[in-house]
Design a binder for this molecule. Structure first.
Ligand SMILES: Nc1ncnc2c1ncn2[C@@H]1O[C@H](COP(=O)(O)OP(=O)(O)OP(=O)(O)O)[C@@H](O)[C@H]1O
Ligand SMILES: [Mg+2]
Ligand SMILES: [Zn+2]
Length: 511
């Protein structure tokens, strides 16, 4: 008898339905698997065999042929084990209950135990989209399933439990208890806080603007001026993650197998800090097992590159595409694969090799050529994609020793959230959530300037020799500053402040 049992595959971050077709014919016992399976799936043959036997279930005799369809996609991993096992038992006539309304996800241990799989969320979303009534998943994945509605989800610990459900009509599989996102949000705790950073008001304000609008920001300053300290405070002022954003992030982390959350869903914006020795594939993703890289793990959150010029030039160049398109395309042996990569870049650097160019306290010992060479490590097109660049100079002793309390991150975050709520309303129905990601068309619509503002921008443009990209970036930043100010229109002060965050244009033109 030929049976078909449903399971899922994942390409990039999207799932698709896979069907395991099983045929058992009379003849010498054999076992064949077709449909482009990779080695993990092939090894599944042994696992499925042992798991069935070790569960005390009779393994059917005969010529068993299994086809994983659609045949033209590469199937990776062991998530089809359970579907294959159920297909075999069903084909052998061992099951009383029909499996048509079910899909099965789970890797099998030799003893019949159902093991946790990566990428559960995109698979469950696919089940909802395909109107599959019920999915059976490993108990160990349960917490990742609690936010998915529109499909009944049952959990099982072992193959034997699944067997009991279908062969004996036992009511032994528990349904996943749903949880709402609102119940678990805002449980984040941080060690860092802006209240511990003395002075640095311009830098703090720039971070607030960057957080509110999702703008890329570069901190430039001498050693010890507090760049790393400031950047580490950035996660504490980021706007709340929306449910849609959370699902997007969770899919990526789940596929990468790095979902680290007690709720099974990501509740705070990712803050990724890859080391400057990180390789291209580690950043971009792909590689042999096609996993999302740091750039995608930072989706809807932050990618922090401390000491940016230390990173390999080719790695920095990799950032250009995602900074423009909010996604990264990675090529691999059998075609290319795409991952979302809409992140805010936070970077830090010294202004010159000795570190003290432009510093009040120390004299810079570098010559012009030396400084130019240092700056040229960062390509113009990359720097062009950064909306705010600010100079951070060391704080004075008086500032450091003051006992005055600085504004806590919590207060800043409240303002940031207000400004972000405005953006969510403005961009509702679009596939992005912040001013920084506005399309050219939206910039035209939402960043209209009065003649007075036009004039301010025009003269800055000529004075700082700005590029066309810088022009758009200033408009977007001005829009965010207006949003923080709860102002429907962009005012002169907003545009002036935005122009003030172009330190690099000034530095470069002074060289
Ligand atoms: N504004 C400040 N308020 C309080 N402490 C500060 C401030 N700035 C610097 N510090 C102290 O100085 C230390 C060094 O700062 P930090 O490491 O952030 O500097 P940096 O700019 O990243 O330097 P480098 O270029 O060497 O990496 C911090 O850990 C903190 O203790
Ligand atoms: Mg540092
Ligand atoms: Zn120097």
């Amino acid at each position: 008898m030929i049976t078909k049992v449903k399971s899922f595959g994942v390409v990039g971050v999207e799932g698709y339905v896979v069907s395991a077709e099983v045929d058992i014919a009379k003849g010498m016992p054999s076992y064949t698997l077709v449909g482009l399976p990779d080695t993990a799936v092939k090894e599944g043959k042994e696992r499925v065999h042992s798991a069935i036997r070790n569960s005390g279930i009779k393994f059917p005799l005969g010529r068993i042929v299994i086809n994983l369809a659609p045949a033209n996609t590469q199937k990776t991993g062991a998530i089809y084990d359970l579907a294959i096992a159920v297909g075999i038992l069903s084909s052998a006539g061992e099951l009383k209950k029909d499996t048509d309304d079910f899909a099965f996800i789970g890797e099998l241990g030799l003893n019949g135990e159902l093991k946790k799989v990566n990428g559960l969320l995109p698979m469950l979303i696919t089940a909802v989209q395909n109107k599959i009534p019920c999915v059976i998943i490993p108990k160990a994945n349960e917490h990742e399933a609690r936010f998915v509605s529109g499909v009944k989800i049952l959990t099982a610990k072992t193959l034997f439990e699944v067997y009991g459900y279908f062969a004996e009509n036992f009511n032994n599989l528990r349904e996943v208890e749903p949880l709402s996102f609102a119940e678990i949000k805002n449980e984040s705790h941080f060690d860092a806080d802006l209240k511990y950073v003395k002075g640095q008001y311009i830098a703090k304000r720039a971070l607030e603007v960057a957080a509110a609008g999702g703008h890329n920001i570069l901190l430039i300053g001498p050693p010890g001026s507090g760049k790393t300290m400031l950047a580490k405070c950035f996660p504490t002022i980021l706007p709340d993650l929306t449910f849609e954003e959370s699902i997007e992030c969770t899919k990526i982390h789940s596929i990468a197998g790095v979902l680290d959350s007690k709720f099974g869903i990501i509740t705070t914006r990712p803050f990724r800090t890859p080391h400057h020795t990180a390789s291209g594939p580690a950043l971009a993703g792909g590689g042999s097992n096609s996993k999302p890289g740091e750039i995608s793990l930072a989706h809807n959150g932050v990618l922090f590159l401390d000491e940016m010029p230390e990173y390999q030039r080719n790695c920095l160049e990799l950032l250009r595409q995602p900074l423009e398109d909010n996604r990264i395309v990675v090529s691999r042996a059998n075609g290319s694969i795409e991952y979302p990569a809409s992140f805010t870049l936070v970077a830090s650097m010294n202004p010159c090799p000795c570190g003290y160019y432009g510093s009040r306290a120390h004299k810079c010992t570098c010559n012009q050529t030396c400084i130019q060479k240092y700056m040229s490590r960062l390509s113009g097109p990359l720097l062009d994609r950064i909306d705010l660049h600010i100079e951070v100079d060391g704080v004075s002793y008086d500032d450091l020793s003051t006992t005055d309390l600085e504004e806590p991150s919590e207060n800043v975050r409240a303002r940031v959230n207000k400004a972000r709520t405005k953006q969510l309303e403005r961009f509702s129905g679009k596939d992005y959530y912040s001013n920084a990601k506005m399309s050219a068309k939206d910039v035209k619509e939402f960043c209209r300037l009065s003649p007075e503002c036009e004039q301010v921008l025009k003269s800055a443009f000529e004075r700082l020799k700005l590029s066309a990209r810088a022009y758009t970036r200033i408009l977007k930043v001005a829009r965010t500053i207006a949003d923080i100010d709860a102002s429907p229109e962009i005012k002169k002060s907003h545009i002036e402040e935005a122009i003030g965050y172009r330190a690099l244009d000034r530095l470069v033109n002074n060289h």
